[in-house]
Design a protein around this ligand. Structure first.
Ligand code: ADP
Length: 483
């Protein structure tokens, strides 16, 4: 149960609330109690003052115990209050008169013998040496706040005692305590239930997300989580989750298209291989020349197959970030020269003239094989799409912080509406012509690979110009390549 965030949240919330409520009610209760006690004391002092004044006035110049008792009687009658009791004692602390004798201020809380209780005697004892003392006296059924005051009169000095029953206050404080005893647990229970439902409601989107994510598979990647409020934290989580799904779906789609295109590209040479072999084997009386022709076709097609498989392998490893790059200090001018030599036979076969203008001393940190492959792909395309008798030029120069390698031809160019797509995998501007080129026909992967190679060297590959008079492809590589 404690594994549930809802329950843990609720428990924490209730615990913190309990601590706050207990601290708050405790402080309020004690402040209130102190305040009540202070008010009682000041009321008691005022009453004692008033009583003493009346007593003195009534006594006047009177002497003797009887005169004192009579004056005290008048004062007690004048100042009688419910729950308030008076006593007059002579200077020897002998009780002369109490309000209980007069039946004044009596309530059910008054303890009839309070003035004879041991607690009262103790109070008298402690008050003996002081003209005014505040204290507490306990009777059988309650406690009293008490004040003793020495009153000097012409006939001698007397001690006045006023007792105020604390019963009403204690009753009030008790009822406050009782209220707290049930109100705090009730408030906590309510807050706990409310908190639990709040936590459940707030976390409901998480539960829904988990459930949806659990049922999500490759076939349902297009599903998205519902976003209740995209500004709150859970909405943000759902949004991020949806964006992640979008990326996964896009990458799935890319992979699916890649596999479909790849199978499609592989199907054609395989079909040719099978068709050629079946036709040749359908008759037994073939001449050696016919067999040679078939074998030549088989060789070309298997070469094409090998080429496509090699390109596919390169791209899948590139996508997975697993292509082993071997970066070494090289010279771009040397790599360009080597690519020219390798392209020479292709140019010869197509009767295309290869020219070059290569600046010397262009040091570069590069993967020799990959950079060579990129240059050969560009030269191969330029030759492939050039009319016989035309010229293809490779130029290599430094341009500030970069090297610019350009391959230009006088081929038919790429239609403007297709130019943006030529770096896509398996894209061919003119499929019919590509196929008609026989063994030279590519699968539309050459530029995609060249682009990846440029990027992996922190450079870029772009089609600088392409119109019916020819095309120029340029590779821009940072001179201080430090991949
Ligand atoms: P392919 O193997 O078909 O040549 P690429 O990826 O190298 O594949 O090129 C993609 C497409 O771009 C080609 O099919 C072709 O239509 C077009 N293309 C590339 N280079 C040239 C060029 N020099 N002149 C004309 N078209 C080109």
């Amino acid at each position: 149960m404690l594994d549930s965030i809802r329950v843990r949240l609720t428990l924490w919330y209730t615990l913190v609330l309990a601590l706050v409520l207990i601290a708050l009610t405790g402080v309020t209760y004690f402040m209130y109690r102190r305040n009540v006690a202070e008010r009682t004391d000041s009321a008691l002092t005022e009453l004692a003052d008033a009583f003493a004044t009346t007593f003195r006035a009534e006594l006047g110049e009177g002497h003797g115990v009887d005169a004192a008792k009579a004056a005290a009687r008048e004062a007690m009658l004048e100042h009688r209050f419910r729950d308030t009791f008076f006593a007059l004692l002579d200077s020897d602390r002998t009780l002369l008169l109490t309000s209980l004798d007069l039946g004044v201020g009596t309530t059910e809380h008054a303890y009839p013998d309070v003035f004879r209780s041991s607690s009262f005697r103790d109070f008298l004892q402690s008050a003996a040496s002081n003209p005014e003392v505040l204290g507490r006296v306990h009777g059988g059924r309650g406690s009293f706040r008490s004040i003793s005051r020495t009153v000097a009169a012409p006939g001698g000095s007397y001690v006045l005692i006023v007792l105020q029953s604390l019963h009403p206050q204690q009753e009030l404080l008790e009822s406050i305590r009782q209220t707290f005893y049930w109100a705090i647990p009730a408030a906590l229970l309510l807050a706990g239930i409310g908190g639990y439902f709040l936590a459940r409601k707030s976390l409901a989107p998480v539960t829904a997300m988990a459930l949806q994510a659990r049922h999500m598979g490759a076939a349902s990647l297009h599903n998205r989580l519902a976003v209740a409020n995209e500004r709150d934290e859970l909405g943000q989580l759902a949004l991020s989750f949806n964006q992640l799904l979008e990326r996964i779906e896009a990458s799935f789609e890319q992979q699916r298209r890649f596999v479909a295109d790849a199978s499609h590209e592989l199907r054609t040479p395989v079909a040719i291989l099978r068709g050629e072999t079946e036709v040749t084997l359908s008759r037994t009386d073939r001449s050696t020349e016919e067999y040679r022709q078939t074998l030549a076709i088989l060789r070309d097609e298997s070469q094409r197959l090998a080429h496509i498989i090699e390109d596919l392998f390169t791209l899948t490893r590139a996508d997975a970030g697993q292509y082993p790059l071997t970066l070494r200090a090289n010279y771009l001018d040397e790599l360009a020269g080597e690519a020219l030599v390798r392209a020479r036979s292709l140019a010869l076969a197509k009767n295309v003239t290869l020219t070059s203008s290569i600046e010397s001393d262009l040091p570069i940190q590069a993967d020799e094989a990959l950079l060579g492959r990129m240059l050969l792909n560009l030269l191969d395309n330029a030759i492939k799409y050039s009319p016989p008798g035309s010229k293809v030029e490779l130029s290599c120069r430094r341009d500030g912080e970069n090297y610019v390698v350009s391959v230009s031809d006088h081929g038919p160019g790429i239609p403007p509406e297709l130019q943006a797509r030529i770096f896509e995998r398996f894209f061919r501007a003119d499929k019919a012509r590509s196929r008609a080129d026989g063994d030279a026909a590519g699968a539309g992967l050459g530029l995609a690979i060249a682009l990846w190679i440029a990027e992996v060297h922190h450079g870029r590959l772009e089609l600088t110009r392409s119109d019916p008079s020819g095309s120029v492809f340029s590779v821009i590589l940072p001179a201080s390549t430090n991949p």
